[in-house]
Design a binder for this molecule. Structure first.
Ligand SMILES: C[S@@+](CC[C@H](N)C(=O)[O-])C[C@H]1O[C@@H](n2cnc3c(N)ncnc32)[C@H](O)[C@@H]1O
Length: 274
């Protein structure tokens, strides 16, 4: 549909797109710019989560924040990314690893020509490898220097591609590794994940950890799905945390099951004052 607009020089000229939609776009860009300008900068803090707003990206903001949070929370030592493109997720992951003070990342993509982040924005933590999953996955893992404990799959969003991406990484993973898949709301990806979980019963399904579908017809996109090897091992993880912080090994004792400063104060394990 053509709209018309009055132009000082040429009189009435036709516009290919509706004026309304152009104004809407201008309004939304302005709103975004104003919001970004007044958003807390977090400068001066070692936490640089503001990176999620800075990089050009295919992922919705909720997925980006979740990715940053998962890297900060799970603290992977070796991260493999399948599908890099502009390097949006690469930069988020490198920044979160820098805040962790540990971690190395490698991204596999057949075409890295659009990669945008500058060297200093990656803190020496990320390297790109040109090639295709699954055939070049071993080469990327070699560049990583060991088995990945976190894999992010975000390449071709079809059932067939995700099937081979998953099959290509599964035999190379570190114990208790995490696999995160983007575009979990794509029905083909969901099917590939279902089949993977049926074939690999040592994996547990942590489910959708970022619920931001980009609804489409006939298929939808976005959203993060997380799979992990094994079940959560409370004591092993706690021991690891104590070790990291130079604390003595934690002892499990039923006497402490109801320990809580507030509950202790009020003298009631349900925290209710009698
Ligand atoms: C959605 S983009 C990745 C976006 C990136 N993860 C981010 O969030 O910034 C998908 C990328 O997958 C790459 N790709 C396509 N086939 C691939 C394959 N077989 N193995 C690895 N990457 C592939 C494409 O070249 C493209 O750059």
């Amino acid at each position: 549909m053509y709209s018309t607009v009055w132009c000082f020089q040429f009189g009435v000229i036709p516009l290919r797109f509706g004026i309304k939609s152009r104004f809407k776009k201008l309004a939304s860009t302005t709103r975004e710019t104003v919001t970004n300008t007044f958003r807390p900068r977090l400068l001066g803090s070692p936490e640089n989560i503001a990176v999620v707003f800075r990089e050009p990206h295919d992922m919705p903001i909720g997925d980006r924040i979740a990715l940053y949070g998962l890297i900060r929370g799970l603290r992977p030592a070796r991260y493999l990314e399948i599908g890099v493109r502009w390097g949006g997720s690469a930069r988020i992951v490198s920044t979160a690893m820098e805040a962790n003070g540990k971690g190395k990342a490698v991204g596999l993509d057949p075409d890295l020509s659009a990669f945008r982040p500058r060297k200093q924005e990656l803190f020496g933590r990320f390297a790109g490898v040109e090639g295709f999953s699954p055939e070049d996955t071993p080469r990327a893992i070699e560049a990583l220097g060991g088995a990945p404990d976190f894999v992010f799959i975000d390449a071709v969003h079809t059932y067939a591609a995700v099937k081979v991406d998953l099959a290509g990484v599964v035999q190379h993973l570190a114990p208790k590794a995490t696999i995160l898949l983007h575009d979990a709301f794509h029905q083909g990806i969901d099917q590939a994940v279902k089949e993977f979980l049926q074939e690999h019963t040592d994996f547990s399904d942590a489910g959708i950890v970022s619920r931001h579908p980009t609804e489409g017809d006939p298929v939808s996109y976005s959203g993060l799905r997380m799979l992990q090897i094994g079940n959560h091992d409370f004591l092993a993880e706690l021991k690891d945390a104590h070790l990291r912080n130079d604390l003595p090994e934690p002892q499990l004792n039923p006497d402490f099951w109801n320990y809580d400063p507030y509950a202790n104060l009020v003298g009631n394990p349900l925290g209710r004052k009698n």
